[in-house]
Design a protein around this ligand. Structure first.
Ligand SMILES: Cc1ncc(COP(=O)(O)O)c(C=O)c1O
Length: 364
């Protein structure tokens, strides 16, 4: 099948670009002696997780138990659930997983740890635990090294749990290179204090898991980090381009849409809206718009209704025709993939493969 024969809207992945992204990250991690544990929430496709394993990853990361279940069913057996699992129901499902694979969970509360401990002990299995450090993103994690140490000490004596180290997510690094460099010093101070505090008390940190796509190639500059969890790097997107982490030529994923109306002056409407792209904002520059139109960078994908993408073409010299197809790099590749049952791997004009997005919508 040819790309031009795909029904639109269709999410396509340029396989040459994706393969280059995978190789580059794997080689960087190997060179630096840092373990690569990609976050598979960016694609939610077991075949791609396996490719990441084949190209050097030591395990994978997921956000939800449902995602872990899908990945485990496909044969991946070293999984970090980088999300605080709270409550008995989740702990029970986690114990099911731990019977079949090496599972690690990150958390920041004793409540979560106790519930997991009870369930895995009843099943006579073990789960690895990473204590989450908040390095300034202010989402999850404990920012004070003494409090984190106190939590880790309590976790390390709970039955069925194996304390394995620290996890942090530097989500505030979705900014330009100068700001990222400025943030690094603060994060390193905290990482240094935390690692010293743990060392003083004799609590071993086998793993210090950091990283995200914006920080992945700087991982060697983060104190003590020996594992990274980039997700987006496999595809890249407009946000990564906007903060200078990737070029347009590194963006493997795009959405092919069709112009369905040009009847309003200064506007063209395409057949993809928020149910195709998600509504995720642009996090760089002026914060406007929902994607880069590759054929016409002067056009602005200004607004999204559910099924309509509103292109502002007032500043464009391109003559828009009903029926013409456009290629759009979305703001956020991960949430775009999550809107689709199937996405396509393409090489040049050929559709080489259709992947089912098997872990899409696995929010539990
Ligand atoms: C805990 C955690 N680790 C890793 C990642 C991957 O980061 P990125 O998508 O920037 O590659 C995310 C993304 O949300 C995350 O929440």
């Amino acid at each position: 099948m040819l790309v031009s024969e795909l029904e639109t809207p269709a999410v396509v992945v340029d396989l040459d670009v994706m393969e280059r992204n995978l190789t580059r990250m794997a080689e960087y991690c190997q060179r630096q002696g840092i373990k690569l544990r990609p976050h598979t929430k960016s694609h939610k496709i077991p075949e791609l997780a396996k490719r990441q394993m084949e190209s050097g990853a030591t395990g994978i990361t997921v956000a939800k138990i449902g995602e872990a279940e899908v990945m485990l069913d496909s044969g991946i057996t070293d999984i970090l659930i980088a999300y605080p699992l709270v409550g008995r129901g989740k702990a029970t499902r986690l114990a099911d997983l731990a019977e079949r694979a090496d599972i690690t969970v990150s958390l920041d509360s004793l409540e979560a740890a106790r519930a997991i401990s009870e369930q895995v002990t009843a099943r006579n299995v073990r789960v690895g635990i990473l204590a989450e450090l908040d390095v300034g993103f202010g989402r999850c994690g404990i920012a004070n090294e003494k409090e984190l140490l106190a939590l880790a000490q309590k976790i390390s004596v709970l039955p069925g749990l194996e304390f394995r180290g620290l996890m942090f997510f530097p989500g505030q690094f979705v900014v330009g290179p100068t700001e990222r460099a400025a943030l690094l010093g603060e994060v390193n101070d905290l990482l240094g204090r935390t690692q010293e505090a743990f060392e003083r008390e004799g609590l071993q940190l086998a793993t210090v898991s950091g990283g995200s796509t914006p920080t992945a190639y700087d991982a060697h500059q983060f104190r003590g980090v020996n594992e990274v969890r980039p997700g987006m790097y496999i595809f890249n997107d407009r946000n990564m381009e906007g903060i200078g982490v990737a070029g347009v030529e590194d963006c493997a994923l795009s959405v092919i849409v069709t112009v369905v109306s040009n009847s309003v002056a200064g506007r063209a409407i395409v057949d993809g809206g928020s149910k195709t792209f998600s509504s995720d904002r642009y996090l760089a520059g002026d914060g406007r718009g929902f994607g880069i139109v590759k054929e016409d960078p002067e056009a602005e994908l200004e607004n999204l209704s559910e099924e309509h993408g509103h292109l502002n073409i007032r500043h464009s010299t391109h003559r828009y025709r009903v029926g013409e197809r456009l290629t759009v790099i979305p703001n956020h590749a991960c949430s775009t993939v999550n809107m689709h049952d199937e996405i396509y791997g393409v090489r040049g004009e050929r559709v080489e493969i259709a992947w089912s997005v098997a872990a899409r919508g696995m929010v539990r």
